[in-house]
Design a protein around this ligand. Sequence first.
Ligand code: ASP
Ligand code: MG
Length: 477
Amino acid sequence: MALHVYKFGGTSVGSPAAVEAVARIVLNARAEHQVAIVVSAMSGVTDALLRGAHTAAAGDPATFGAIADELRARHATAALELVANADERRALRIETERLLGEFRTLCHGVNVLGELTPRALDTIGALGERLNAPLVAAALRAKDIPAQAVDAGTLIITDDRFGDATPLLDETNLRVNRELRPLFEQGKVPVITGFLGTTREGRTTTLGRGGSDYSAAIIGAALDADEVVFYKEVDGVLTTDPRVVPEARVLRRLGYDEISELAYFGAKVLHPKTIQPLVEKNIPVHFKNTFNPDHPGTVVLPRGTAGAGTIKAVTAIRNLTMLTVAGRGMLGVPGIAARTFTAVARLHASVLMISQASSEQSICFVIPSKLAEEVQQSLETELASEIARRDIDGVFIQDQAVIISVVGAGIRTTPGIAGRIFAAVGEAGINIHAIAHGSSECSISLVVDAADADTAVRAIHPLTAPLETTTTTSERL
Ligand code: ASP
Ligand code: MG
């Protein structure tokens, strides 16, 4: 029997009505497939937990208690609506109390010490998934689905980079199969906590915000699943943000390369690392709407989707700053770029885009604004002697930058695409500060002023190919 892994995000499990929708999906799917599901915390819960931890660290001894009370009420209300069986509800109440007790104890410790370590933050942050998986499992059992909550701490073994842990794949693969296969054999539906893992020493880690997607991918790959479906609250991956362009459409098909590019470029479709484990195993990926499951959604297939779709989507990544290292003395001098990016890496700033003209008189790159000043200072220190010799004029900052990223595998093979993009942006009267066309050749990125970002997206969006999108058909591949 085919095996599917479904991931439900915070909003898909954020209310009793939503969990009802999840139950219907799982019930239908079970008629044809074996199913494992991965769940996030209820929407807003991770944020609330982290707020409790941060306020405690800042000296506030009361907020975390109020948060614990809110979370208790929210989970109890959901249990009351979803789980009729009194024994089940009592078991849930006990588990909720245990986890919230842990939350209070940890926050109290943080408050007393006035210090919040990444390790404590992960243990606290992961509680949202641990609160939710048993609830979803009980709700499914109430619908006669033989569900069983599984703590991903027993499945996903990671390194100890708290807050952004990396799974150790061999060990994880082993555990996933050892723990989950017997459940499938008993006809059960595992309901697995997303977001979290443990180190070899048994410390809780998290995979980074939004990491439940990644959890589903890791588990799907380990099980060699036939399909991994990300259920969200939109019909699929969109050509662009509908708040900016109301005509945004659902993409019918995408390639792995295109979805990675979109995830990387902040389309909020997917945690950026997610696609990797699935690419390696050639596992098809599907995006669907929990609240509109008859919509065909977006299918992501190993190979690109060629055909009419040259430009698939256009996204804007905001809150960025562009830094430029400039000077005539850089011409032909090896090592400036290497030193520049080593200095940037030391501060753990992720570089979203780099561009160097072949005249070699400047290198510019784009990073999140919150790190910009620190990076600028660090570069000025690193390059101090070149600056003193006037080989380098300085490190210049341009804040309020936005990257407009245009994605589509067809960009690789279709001449003239870049011309059409620049023409559209030019006609809209927008000044482009920098351009990058990565070696994947699957995207073109432009840096523009924040004030021009929406106009740029609107100008480019008509170039997306209508044949590759859908809003109504129920066709399946
Ligand atoms: N609950 C976690 C977060 O809010 C993980 C996730 O939702 O994917 O970041
Ligand atoms: Mg999420």
